[in-house]
Design a protein. Structure first.
Length: 708
């Protein structure tokens, strides 16, 4: 079989192999699936309080921490004032932020396996699609905008089979997003639109096949086509003895001459909760296990685009998937989004995680911006879009947009507790106009939806904002460790805070990896202890970016929380550190004081930080009395700590300890070693109102103490 890409081609590979009983020849243009942007662009950002920017990637590994010894004979003591529960801890403190970056949806969470399913990725050539010419069969393929499926999918793929026979098959093949995930005993659900010239009467065959074409994992037939566009559902079932692989592609072929047009060629694996057009199960499992309180979407820069035309335009992301035009994600790498994961899918994603939506609405400012859309009448259509969006999500079915939501399959309204106006409007020239743009949008949303909390994307004084989104992306763990007290003495009478994007951007090698190492997790965990201690003020926190496809070319941004390829996914050490926090969280903050805790000096980025190598916070469940003590030991030696529980009459001797510990800060997880670092939960005994516990070096722990 000869398999080739259409012109213009860069480089031709030629491989001979065997497909069934046929000797085949494959030719293909070497082409990275992703025309990725330079990995450092756009830059990371500063948040509301104006600290911390991304800066250059790379740099030296962190110097080893230097711990100043505890005074001779002194024992570090953490004293928990367990009866002081006056401050409520935000119930939605730990959540997620998401946007299309690093192949987050197609090639990531969104279950679609066919890359460039509607052929709109490029107007020049059908990226990800190959021409199949088996054993002397001939044909050619090309985009055909003259035969669109509809107004939204305004092109199709035309396959002209000029010569074919039973052993000279001709067809097309899709490479998927770095392969197709093939698993045993699995049902894949697909559909495609097709039509054919009058002389073509034959059924098509569709199959999942190994890249060298020696293995056919599953096959289905598409009945004879007609001259009109028609949708053809199909299923592919793999056998029980299939070895899991991502070394596979999707093939569609025929054995007689004729012309066939294809559009919206789609294939899904089993999805989370079996939703059609649904989400990938393994990644959803990681998300659900985290017990997130909220999901901020759709960005991030992805909300804004480089221009208003490439912003995330929610009205184009709803309804039947084959009627969504899609758009180019020019915020990141100029790659195509079909918007198959659109507004409804974001909301169902929230519902499936039992997380609140935090919807970002376009505020008239794009990355290519220069101040954005002028306030006044020019901004009105965008404000109307935001109001319509709230109505779509939460309006009753008698409203225009509530009725549309019902038509789209979800009559019950979704909650809209919070709306964020814009994204990082302090950057790129947005700051000068944000107070006015924010003011105009705030007034309209507040007037119609007074119960909705309004989040500003940066600090703003033009209106009484409810919540400020604050972003921070330091390049050293020491920065977050040194700044863990960031919110300790902030005004409690002003707006609440949403740390909508944060990450310690370190990993190996050269901080250029998809996901971080334990050093980064220890920076993030120290920072989290500060959020939790201040979670009467810090309502929500979310790491960013959430996802990365770890294949070469899949990544636009280092460092990310969850990595995957077509077959597997894994949590970074920071994912697990945060999961330890989010799954050990009470509804009241209880004060913890440290005595004799050692001090640490760490130099990085020209800074010398003084701080405690022990970071800690505690919350308590006011119904059950359970205390959740978090301890982060960033030091390189085991640390025995005395824990005193004050204000209770008794502590049960048995408790539960969850710890993630590393032998070196450079330890990490990867797609090939997915749980090298992961929390371990054990029963512990010997607890009382005053007891000793030793925390391992480089560790994040949550201790559950039952107290009355
Ligand atoms: O999380 C990556 C990017 O960082 C977001 O898109 C943007 O809001 C910030 O600059």
């Amino acid at each position: 079989m000869k398999i080739s890409r259409p012109a213009p081609l860069l480089k031709l590979l030629s491989v001979s192999f065997v497909f069934g009983s046929l000797a085949l020849c494959l030719s293909a243009q070497a082409q990275a699936p992703n025309p990725a942007a330079p990995a450092d662009a756009p830059a990371a950002t500063a948040g509301a309080a104006g600290t911390v920017a991304g800066g250059a990637r790379g740099g030296n590994p962190p110097p080893p921490p230097v711990v100043t010894p505890i005074p001779a004979g002194a024992t570090p003591i953490l004293t928990i004032q367990a009866n002081d529960m006056t401050k409520k801890s935000s119930p939605i403190l730990y959540g997620f932020m998401t946007e299309e970056i690093n192949f987050s949806y197609e090639g990531g969470l969104y279950g679609e396996l066919v890359a460039n399913r509607a052929f709109k990725w490029s107007a020049d050539q059908p990226n990800f699609w190959l021409l199949v010419q088996d054993n002397g069969g001939t044909g050619n393929m090309a985009l055909d905008p003259s035969q669109p499926l509809n107004l939204a999918l305004n092109t199709s793929l035309k396959l002209d089979i000029t010569s074919a026979s039973a052993n000279q098959r001709v067809g097309i093949a899709n490479e998927g997003f770095w392969g197709f995930p093939v698993r045993p005993s699995t049902k894949y659900t697909g559909s495609l639109y097709a039509k054919a010239s009058a002389n073509f009467k034959e059924p098509l065959t569709i199959a999942l096949v190994s890249n060298d074409s020696t293995k056919v994992f599953a096959t289905a037939q598409i009945p004879a086509l007609t001259g009109d566009w028609k949708k053809y559902p199909y299923t592919l079932n793999t056998a029980a003895d299939v070895t899991p692989t991502k070394d596979a592609r999707l093939l569609i072929w025929a054995t007689t001459p004729g012309t066939i047009w294809f559009d919206q060629v789609s294939l899904f694996p089993p999805t989370w909760n079996d939703r059609p057009n649904g989400l990938r199960k393994d990644i959803m499992q990681l998300l659900v296990d985290y017990k997130p309180g909220f999901l901020r979407f759709p960005g991030g820069n992805y909300l804004e685009g480089r221009s208003p035309a490439t912003r995330w335009d929610w009205k184009k992301t709803i309804g039947p998937v084959e009627e969504r035009p899609g758009h180019v994600d020019d915020s990141w790498a100029n790659y195509w989004s079909t918007d198959g994961l659109g507004l409804m899918e974001f909301l169902l994603w929230c519902e499936d995680m039992k997380a609140q939506p935090v919807i970002g609405v376009y505020a008239g400012f794009s990355l290519g911006g220069r101040g954005g859309i002028a306030v006044g009448p020019d901004l009105e259509p965008y404000i109307q879009d935001a109001l319509d969006e709230i109505e779509y999500v939460s309006g009753n079915v008698n409203t225009k947009w509530g009725a549309q939501r019902a038509k789209d399959g979800h009559p019950a309204p979704f909650p809209v507790p919070m709306i964020e106006i814009g994204n990082e409007d302090n950057l790129g020239g947005g700051a000068a106009t944000y107070p006015q743009r924010f003011g105009q949008m705030f007034d309209a949303i507040r007037a119609k939806y007074p119960e909705v909390k309004i989040v500003s994307s940066t600090a703003v004084n033009s209106r009484p904002v409810d919540v400020i989104d604050y972003h921070s992306y330091p390049r050293s763990a020491a920065t977050f460790q040194g700044d863990s007290g960031h919110f300790d003495s902030m005004d409690r009478n002003g707006p609440k805070y949403f740390v909508g994007e944060y990450a310690t951007r370190v990993g190996t090698p050269n901080n250029n990896t998809a996901t971080n190492n334990m050093d980064g997790a220890l920076g993030d965990a120290a920072w989290l202890s500060g959020f939790e201690r201040n979670s009467d003020l810090v309502m929500m926190a979310s790491y960013a970016p959430l996802f990365v496809n770890v294949n070469p070319g899949g990544q636009q941004w280092a460092i990310d929380l969850i990595g995957y390829d077509a077959l597997n996914s894994y949590g970074s050490p920071s994912y697990y550190a945060q999961k330890i926090f989010s799954t050990n969280h009470g509804d009241a903050i209880v004060p913890v004081t440290g005595t004799n805790t050692p001090t640490l000096t760490r130099a990085r980025d020209g800074l010398v930080q003084q701080g405690a190598p022990l970071f800690y916070s505690a919350t308590r469940d006011t119904k059950t009395g359970t205390i959740y003590l978090k301890v982060v030991n960033v030091g390189n030696s085991p640390l025995p700590v005395q824990i005193d529980v004050k204000g209770v009459s008794s502590v049960a001797p048995d408790g539960q300890l969850t710890t993630m510990a590393a032998s070196a800060v450079s330890d990490t997880n990867s797609i090939t070693d997915r749980t090298k670092l992961a929390p371990v939960t054990t029963k512990v005994s010997g607890l009382s109102t005053s007891f000793m516990r030793t925390f391992p070096p480089f560790s994040v722990s949550a201790l559950q103490i039952q107290a009355k």
